[in-house]
Design a protein around this ligand. Structure first.
Ligand SMILES: [Zn+2]
Length: 345
């Protein structure tokens, strides 16, 4: 009986892995980009790297299509665990929720490739390298066509960073002053991309979550849509300091997102949803301090460059250093009762 169940589980995992491999195999070749994206890896090539690593380290990673985008592209999640060790804590890393923020996908994929080669001990790690595959595909097509277009949303024009269920309602002053950019979408979880991610979060109740964005150089913790401090404020500060220490000199700075300043309150964000609904210690990391350079004023109108520095390598290393600190952090859910942390809505 037990062996039968095991066989079913192994077969199901094998089928999922096979479906990712065949999906990768079905994708057209992705030639390198020209400037300004010449140091960035096309999405299909990122997935090709993941498939190669998975094939070289069988049994370490499971690929799962957690859902599909508005235009039918799969949203891939990769689950990594050390086969010999029972995990006692968990981390999910989500990237590229905003179309042009490719640097996040570079960081997430680098972490995933490292974890496949050397699984982090005791940690169940999930990585979603490209959470907005339609936006990513459109911005890649723009670059190949030589078009400089500002893109942020999914294929229905929804901002996936404002489509979540917690702290959706702006206080009156914000709604009137900043009606478009800072408001939530019309309904919570109105998009297939956010519903797929929410189902993943609900199923696994991660200790930690990171949503990789750009730019700014900040470690933002909840709340993003309310002024009060979260119940776990002291723990958030500790975790933020650990990430700062891991980055060393000129580290990103830790902030509660809503307290950052006048312009940066965000209603219906993924970090408030993760913390408010599931108790997950969630972080929104604004990678890089922008790709713009005073030495290159000619690039100031290039939207891709706002978010993605010309050479991503140093920024990938900094992002990974911060994520390593969270991989070493103690399990959240052994520390306190999750029901004590909820104070949302
Ligand atoms: Zn963003």
């Amino acid at each position: 009986m037990w062996s039968g169940w095991c066989l079913v589980a192994i077969t199901a995992a094998g089928a999922r892995a096979a479906s990712f491999a065949s999906w990768v195999g079905s994708r057209p070749d992705a030639p390198p980009f020209d400037a300004p994206g010449e140091r960035y890896t096309p999405a299909d090539a990122l997935f090709g790297q993941i498939e190669l690593a998975a094939a070289q380290h069988p049994g370490v990673v499971t690929a799962e299509a957690i859902g599909h985008s508005v235009s039918g592209r799969p949203i891939w999640a990769f689950h990594v665990a050390d086969p010999g060790v029972k995990p006692d804590r968990s981390l999910v890393v989500v990237a590229n929720l905003h179309a042009l923020e490719w640097i996040g996908a570079e960081v997430a994929t680098a972490l995933l490739l490292e974890a496949i080669a050397l699984p982090p001990r005791g940690v169940a790690l999930t990585v979603v390298p490209i959470a907005n595959p339609d936006g990513r595909a459109r911005s890649e097509a723009d670059l190949r066509a030589g078009n400089n277009l500002y893109r942020r949303a999914n294929d229905r024009g929804a901002d996936l960073n404002r489509d979540w269920a917690v702290h959706r309602d702006a206080v009156a002053v914000w709604r009137h002053l900043l009606p478009r950019r800072f408001a939530a979408t019309e309904r919570p979880l109105s998009q297939p991309e956010t519903r797929a991610l929410d189902a993943l979060f609900a199923r696994n109740r991660y200790d930690y979550a990171v949503s990789l964005h750009a730019f700014g150089g900040f470690f933002y913790h909840p709340w993003s849509g309310a002024w009060e401090r979260p119940a776990d404020w002291a723990a958030f500060v500790r975790e933020g300091r650990a990430m700062e220490t891991a980055q060393g000199g000129h580290a990103y700075r830790t902030r509660e997102l809503s307290r950052w300043g006048f312009f940066f309150r965000a209603q219906g964000s993924e970090i408030d949803h993760l913390y408010g609904t599931y108790g997950t210690h969630s972080w929104l990391i604004e990678l890089t301090r922008s790709g713009l350079s005073f030495a290159k004023p000619g690039e100031w109108r290039t939207y891709l460059r706002w978010y993605n520095p010309q050479d991503p390598a140093a920024h990938v290393a900094r992002g990974m250093a911060a994520l390593h600190a969270l991989l070493l952090a103690p399990p959240v859910f052994l520390r306190s009762d999750p029901s004590q942390r909820h104070s949302p809505h």
